[in-house]
Ligand binder design. Structure first.
Ligand SMILES: Cc1ncc(C[n+]2csc(CCOP(=O)(O)OP(=O)(O)O)c2C)c(N)n1
Ligand SMILES: [Mg+2]
Length: 626
């Protein structure tokens, strides 16, 4: 056997460089580089190996969490066909990546995390940043990655990577199992040499499968659709991952079945496709939610049925409603007692179209779809042009951003009051032009996530809708954007704190307690003093980015045009009018209210809550056969 003597880290980096994926006949390298921060736990191992391998580019980020978000954003924008590796030191550098790992796993995005780990040799323990346990020496902070990783391993001996790495790649390239993969790398083992078989470093091409449906479940699904008089498709993120938009558009057009979209699936169809009815669920619009309420058959494609999609299991009120699920993940396909079609979205849709060529929804249903869609577009136009004074409403900021953006440009966001507004209002025109991280809804994802999206396709302008709360939580990757010459446009909405949670708090009878940015008052002793004066423009400029203050809607529009012309990351800071939110449309989200309270408003909220929960349903019945 031909071997090559290398350190474990050198072997790992060499392996990473030689992994390729192939889908639909196209082949390319899977890992585009390494993002991270060096410390004593990785500098001499992975750091040294990267120094020797400049053809695997290394990018210094400002926070390890930001690095993982950047990798996740990049993977998502590439429909999971490319990603980054993330490296960290041991201890806090490693645990900084846990939030990113959870985000990636929940959103089913492939990221490879390489946290450094404490000495396998142990004789010098406890090393700096080591978590000691009196009960065992076989535990450390990296064990915290286990529940948030789809594959987790710790490499105690250099030869263990020979069996670990194929598992790493199987999971990262799996359409059903992918998520964060963590290899914990003890700092001594990273630097130890071993005679590795040279075959380990040969080019390897991982086929991204498009599993076809099994015949029986496909036939039963097709029969259920053929029998349905009011079917509704829910397009989830799996439609985009599968690049199934054209197949979905063709099937929807031929069958007349309306298509509603989850946060992850938004953009599966262009908003003006006749069958596109837009956002569904707790953040859904009137058209999709009305159709969902009465549908007799939900065809869920690539969706996890999160509580936001199902409006906490209240969205589907027809007693006869049944489900067909098309999903590469068996786990998701079996949800809500559906006929499970465990298969690729595109492959299944392409087969469904001819199988149902004689099926078309009835004229009454078609007319209802058209009328609801028309009414919804009128509502969007109204919300885009409220003419609120003196400051614009948030929906007008969204409208201005939409008017500034081109059809291929990307809107990105993650947490706050705006994901709900954006889900309803943003008019997507091309696939992957709407990028909401709403699986983990992580404040702090937006800036690094946007950098990943921009790297995935620099020809698309990336617009970030950013809350002031999120900005203060993690502005740091703006420095990385400046370093890498990555241009994104950020609209920072200054609404003096957490409008979303403030609104939620008020709706639950708690008057916004602890959610606005105010000084502690000398008289009340509470956080209800004067508003904090944070100078976001100065803050952004201090990081090396361009900042523009927009005092009105007209100024916002001008600023967006200027931002487009700029070649650097540009942040437009705008204050919005408080109390002018986008309403909910027949939707509900279950947030438990205190069962007993001394506050009358909380007691009232509890009474309403108990009533509203009566609409929550178990979907236990399977579709009829025959
Ligand atoms: C890391 C993290 N912490 C807390 C939350 C809970 N949370 C959701 S939205 C939000 C407030 C966001 O504030 P901001 O970014 O200003 O947006 P706004 O609500 O004002 O629109 C909070 C605290 C979260 N989603 N992520
Ligand atoms: Mg805010």
């Amino acid at each position: 056997m031909k071997t090559q003597r290398m350190t474990m880290a050198q072997a790992l980096v060499t392996f990473i460089k030689n992994q390729y994926v192939e889908r639909d006949g196209e082949q390319h390298r899977f890992f585009s580089g390494v993002l991270g921060i060096f410390g004593h736990g990785n500098v001499a191992g992975i750091g040294q190996a990267l120094l020797e391998n400049p053809d695997l580019p290394y990018t210094l980020v400002r926070n390890e969490q930001g690095g993982v978000h950047m990798a996740a954003g990049y993977a998502k924008a590439n429909n999971r066909l490319k990603t980054f590796v993330c490296t960290s030191s041991i201890g806090p550098g490693a645990t900084n990546m846990i939030t990113g790992a959870a985000l990636a796993t929940i959103n089913r995005l492939p990221v490879l995390l390489l946290p450094g780990d404490i000495f396998a040799r142990r004789n010098v323990a406890p090393v700096l940043q080591q978590l000691e346990s009196p009960a065992t020496q076989d535990i450390g902070v990296n064990d915290c990655f286990k529940p948030v990783s789809r594959y987790w391993d710790r490499i105690y001996r250099p030869e263990q990577i020979i069996t670990a790495l194929p598992e790493v790649m199987r999971v990262l390239t799996s359409p059903s199992d992918c998520g964060a993969v963590t290899l914990a790398l003890p700092q001594d083992v990273q630097t130890e040499a071993y005679d590795y078989p040279v075959e380990l470093f040969q080019k390897r091409v991982w086929l991204i499968r498009r599993p076809a449906p099994d015949q029986l479940s496909f036939e039963r699904a097709a029969q259920a659709i053929a029998r349905s008089s009011k079917p509704l498709i829910i397009a989830g993120g799996g439609v985009l991952f599968s690049a199934a938009s054209d197949a979905l558009a063709a099937f929807a057009a031929s069958s007349g079945i309306p298509v509603a979209e989850t946060q992850a699936g938004k953009g599966s169809l262009p908003y003006d496709h006749p069958q596109s009815v837009g956002a569904i669920g707790a953040t859904g619009n009137l058209a999709a939610n009305r159709l969902a309420r009465d549908t007799d058959l939900v065809i869920g494609i690539g969706t996890r049925y999160s509580d936001f999609t199902s409006a906490s299991m209240t969205a589907f009120q027809n007693p006869e409603v049944r489900f067909v699920n098309i999903n590469t993940a068996e786990f998701d396909a079996y949800k809500v007692s559906a006929i499970p079609v465990v298969a690729d979205a595109r492959a299944t849709l392409e087969a469904l179209k001819p199988a149902l060529q004689n099926y078309r929804v009835g004229a009454d249903y078609a007319a209802l779809i058209a009328a609801l869609k028309q009414a919804w577009e009128t509502e969007v136009d109204r919300l885009f042009h409220l003419n609120t004074q003196p400051k614009p409403a948030q929906s007008e900021v969204i409208g201005a951003m939409w008017e500034a953006a081109g059809p291929r440009d990307v809107l990105l966001s993650a947490a706050g009051s705006h994901p709900g507004d954006l889900h309803k209002l943003w008019r997507t025109r091309t696939p992957n032009s709407y990028h909401l991280e709403y699986g983990y809804s992580t404040m702090g994802y937006e800036i690094p996530g946007a950098l990943g999206v921009k790297l995935a396709d620099p020809s698309r302008e990336v617009y970030v809708f950013l809350g002031d709360g999120t900005y203060l939580m993690m502005p740091s990757e703006i420095v990385t954007a400046v370093q890498e010459h990555i241009k994104i446009i950020i609209v920072l909405v200054d609404n003096k704190g957490y409008a979303s949670i403030g609104g939620l708090s008020r709706s639950l009878g708690m008057s916004g307690f602890g959610t606005s940015y105010r000084e502690r008052s000398a008289t009340s002793g509470q956080l209800d003093g004067d508003l904090l004066k944070v100078d976001y423009v100065a803050s952004v400029r201090s990081l090396g980015a361009l900042a523009i203050k927009a005092g009105s809607l007209a100024e916002l529009k001008l600023a967006l045009e200027e931002a487009k012309r700029n070649d650097r990351v540009t942040v437009v800071v705008v204050e919005t009018q408080s109390g002018v939110g986008v309403p909910g449309y027949d939707s509900w989200w279950d947030v438990s209210v205190a069962e007993v309270s001394q506050i009358e408003a909380v007691r009232q909220a509890r009474a309403q809550y108990v009533e509203a929960r009566k609409l929550e349903r178990h979907h236990l019945a399977t579709p009829a056969r025959g």
